[in-house]
Design a protein around this ligand. Structure first.
Ligand code: ARG
Length: 588
C-alpha cells in the first residue's frame, strides 16, 4: 500500500517506518514484514515486536547482536526520523515502544476536521465486492436470523463502501424451490379468480403457506398435482409463472417494508435468477472431471468431507448448492467481483465450506484463502430469548420482524415521553427520534457482540440509557452537540482559525483514539467483525467522558481547542453510527 493509502491508518504509517528500519538493520532478511500493533501499556502508543521473532533467524549469523533486546535497540536506532514519533524505548525482551508526538496527533485531527472524515478511510486493495446478505425465503417467515443477516451484512457493506470499494449488495432470496408447486396449486384451488383479485386473495402469506402445507401433507391427490406444478413452473408455463410472480411480489413487499424501516438498501437477485445458468455451469464442472455419479445423484467430492456436494438430486432437480455454484460463477465472471461475502447463520457453514472447496477444485478460487478472488462465509450465532432458547414470541410462533420493530419504537417513544419530550418536540420529531433510538438499539445490541456467539434478545437491556447500548451512545453524541451549541461559538469558523493542543493527558488520550478510527474500520472490515467498530465507539465515548469531566471546556483558556476536540469526537461518532446503520440525533 502506498503512503497515500495509509493516510487514515496510523499503525500502517508507523509500520512503514519500521520497514525502513528493518531493511537497514537486517538487509539479508528482506522478506520480514514489520509487526506493529497499538498497545495499551503505559510504555507507549504502539509497539514493534519484530526483534523476538527475528532473533532465531539471525542468531549466529549476525554476531553484532547479543540477543533480541539488542536487535530491538538497533531497530529503534535505525528508525527514520519522523514528525509523528515523539519518543521510543526498548522494553523487556526487545519490544520497541513508540510514543506519538501530540502535536502530530493534534495536527491530524484538525486536518480531518477540515478535509472531512472521508480522508481517513482505509485504502483496500480490492475494487469490487459482493455482499450476499439478508436473503429470506419467499412465503416462509423472515425471522430474526434474517434480521441478523440484514444488520450485519448492511454494516459490512457500509464499511466497505466507506473504504471506496464498489459493493454489490445482493439479496439471494429463496424464490425457487419445490414449495412453489404447492403454493401455486393451492392458489388455483382456493382463489380461482386470483388473477383479477390480485394479492388481496392471498392476504397473509405465512398463513397461506401453512394452509397449503397442511393440504400437501394430508391430501395425496393434491400432493401429486403440486409436484407436477413444480415441473410446469420450471418449464416456464405462463399461468404458473405469473402465479409464482404474484406470490413473490407479496413477500417482496413485506421484506421491503422491513428494509425501509431499517434504512437498508439491497438488490434482489434471487435463486431463480441463477437458475438458467446452472446447466452450463455444471457442464463446465463436468468437463473438468469434478462431477461424479453417486447413489443416483450427481455430486462433487471435496477434501475433508465424507459426504459430497450434491449438485443434481436423484429426481434430476437442482438444489441450494447447485444454485450457489452458479451464483458464484456469475459473480466471478459476469460481475467480476473479487471478494464474495456471504452472511448467514453458522448452521450453514458446512454448506459454504464445501462449495468453496468445490470452487477451488474447479480453479475458480486460489488455494490461498487470503488471496483474491476470495470468498468468505460470515457466520453468526442464534438469537436467544430470556429462557435461553431460540427467540420466540409468547405464541411460540417465530417472531415477526415488523412486530419486533414496532415494539422497539413504541418502547423508546414511551421512554422519551416519560422524559417530557412530547412537550418539547413536535409529534413528527418524537416519532423520528423514537425510530432512530429504537431501531438503533436493536442493531447495536446485535452488532456489539462477536457475531459468532449467540446473543440474548432483551428490550430492557438494549434500551437502557446506561452501559454499552446505542441509547447511551446516542445520548453522549447529543450531549456533545449541545456543548458546542451552547458555547455560542461558530464551529466552522473555529475550524479555520483555531488550533488543537493536547496538553492534558485526557485530551491526548481522546486525540489518539480519534486518530485510530481509520485503522479500526480497516480491521473491522478486513476481518469481517463489526463488533470491533462497536468497541471502538464505546471506548471513544468513555474517553470523551473522561476528558469532559477533567477538562473544563466552555469558559476555559483552552476553550477553542477543546471545542474543536468535542466537534472531532462528534464527527467520528456520527461516522461510526453511520457505518453501523444507526441514525444519529442531534438532540435527545
Ligand atoms: N435463503 C437462505 C436462508 O434463508 C440464505 C441464502 C444465503 N445466500 C446464499 N448465497 N446461499 O437460509
Amino acid at each position: 500500500a502506498s503512503d497515500q493509502e495509509n493516510i487514515g491508518n496510523v499503525r500502517k504509517q508507523l509500520a512503514k517506518l519500521f520497514e525502513t528500519s528493518l531493511r537497514t538493520t537486517v538487509p539479508e532478511e528482506s522478506d520480514v514484514e514489520p509487526l506493529v500493533a497499538a498497545c495499551t501499556a503505559k510504555f507507549g502508543d504502539y509497539q514493534c515486536n519484530n526483534a523476538m521473532s527475528l532473533w532465531p533467524r539471525i542468531k549466529g549469523k549476525k554476531t553484532e547482536f547479543r540477543g533480541p533486546p539488542a536487535v530491538g535497540q538497533a531497530l529503534m536506532k535505525n528508525l527514520p526520523s519522523s514528525e509523528m514519533v515523539e519518543a521510543c524505548s526498548v522494553a523487556g525482551p526487545g519490544f520497541v515502544n513508540v510514543t506519538l508526538s501530540k502535536n502530530w496527533i493534534a495536527k491530524n485531527i484538525q486536518k480531518m476536521l477540515i478535509d472531512g472524515i472521508e480522508t481517513c478511510a482505509p485504502g483496500l486493495s480490492v475494487k469490487r465486492v459482493v455482499v450476499d446478505f439478508s436473503s429470506p425465503n419467499i412465503a416462509k417467515e423472515m425471522h430474526v436470523g434474517h434480521l441478523r443477516s440484514t444488520i450485519i451484512g448492511d454494516t459490512l457493506a457500509r464499511m466497505l463502501e466507506f473504504s471506496n470499494v464498489e459493493v454489490l449488495r445482493r439479496n439471494h432470496v429463496g424464490d425457487w424451490g419445490t414449495q412453489f408447486g404447492m403454493l401455486i396449486e393451492f392458489l388455483f384451488e382456493k382463489f380461482p379468480d386470483w388473477e383479477s383479485a390480485g394479492d388481496t386473495a392471498i392476504g397473509d402469506l405465512q398463513a397461506f403457506y401453512k394452509a397449503s402445507k397442511q393440504k400437501f401433507d394430508e391430501d395425496p391427490v393434491f400432493k401429486e398435482r403440486a409436484q407436477k406444478a413444480v415441473v410446469r413452473l420450471q418449464g416456464g408455463e405462463p399461468r404458473y409463472r405469473s402465479a409464482w410472480a404474484q406470490i413473490c411480489d407479496i413477500s417482496r413487499r413485506e421484506f421491503d417494508g422491513v428494509y425501509q424501516r431499517l434504512g437498508v438498501s439491497l438488490e434482489e437477485k434471487g435463486e431463480s435468477f441463477y437458475n438458467p445458468y446452472i446447466p452450463s455451469v455444471l457442464e463446465m464442472l463436468s468437463e473438468l472431471g469434478l462431477v461424479e455419479e453417486s447413489e443416483g445423484a450427481r455430486v462433487i467430492f471435496v477434501e475433508g468431507f465424507e459426504r459430497p456436494v450434491i449438485v443434481v438430486k436423484k429426481d434430476g432437480g437442482y438444489n441450494y448448492a447447485s444454485t450457489d455454484l452458479a451464483a458464484l460463477w456469475y459473480r466471478l465472471n459476469i460481475e467480476k467481483a473479487e471478494w464474495i461475502i456471504y452472511v448467514t447463520d453458522v448452521g450453514q457453514s458446512e454448506h459454504f465450506q464445501m462449495f468453496f472447496k468445490a470452487a477451488k477444485r474447479a480453479g475458480w478460487l486460489p488455494d490461498d484463502d487470503k488471496a483474491y478472488p476470495r470468498t468468505n462465509h460470515v457466520g453468526f450465532g442464534l438469537v436467544l430469548g430470556e429462557d435461553g432458547k431460540r427467540f420466540r414470541t409468547r405464541s411460540t410462533e417465530v417472531v415477526r420482524l415488523a412486530d419486533l420493530l414496532d415494539e422497539a419504537k413504541a418502547r423508546s417513544k414511551a421512554a422519551l415521553i416519560e422524559r417530557g419530550k412530547d412537550k418539547e418536540w413536535s409529534e413528527e420529531d418524537l416519532d423520528k427520534i423514537a425510530e432512530a433510538v429504537g431501531y438503533g438499539a436493536v442493531k447495536y445490541a446485535d452488532l456489539k457482540n462477536n457475531r459468532t456467539t449467540n446473543y440474548t434478545f432483551n428490550f430492557d437491556q438494549m434500551l437502557n440509557d446506561k452501559g454499552n447500548t446505542a441509547v447511551y451512545l446516542l445520548y453522549a453524541h447529543a450531549r456533545m452537540c449541545s456543548i458546542i451549541r451552547k458555547s455560542g461559538k461558530d464551529i466552522e469558523e473555529l475550524k479555520k482559525t483555531g488550533s488543537i493542543a493536547l496538553n492534558h493527558p485526557d485530551e491526548r488520550a481522546l486525540g489518539l483514539h480519534l486518530l485510530q478510527f481509520g485503522e479500526t474500520v480497516e480491521e473491522a472490515c478486513t476481518n469481517l467483525l463489526p463488533n470491533v467498530l462497536c468497541e471502538y465507539l464505546y471506548n471513544l465515548s468513555e474517553n470523551f467522558t473522561k476528558f469532559y469531566s477533567n477538562c473544563q471546556v466552555v469558559g476555559s483558556a483552552e476553550e477553542t481547542s477543546r471545542l474543536l476536540l468535542c466537534e472531532a469526537t462528534a464527527v467520528v461518532m456520527r461516522k461510526c453510527f453511520h457505518l453501523l446503520g444507526i441514525v444519529p440525533v442531534h438532540k435527545l
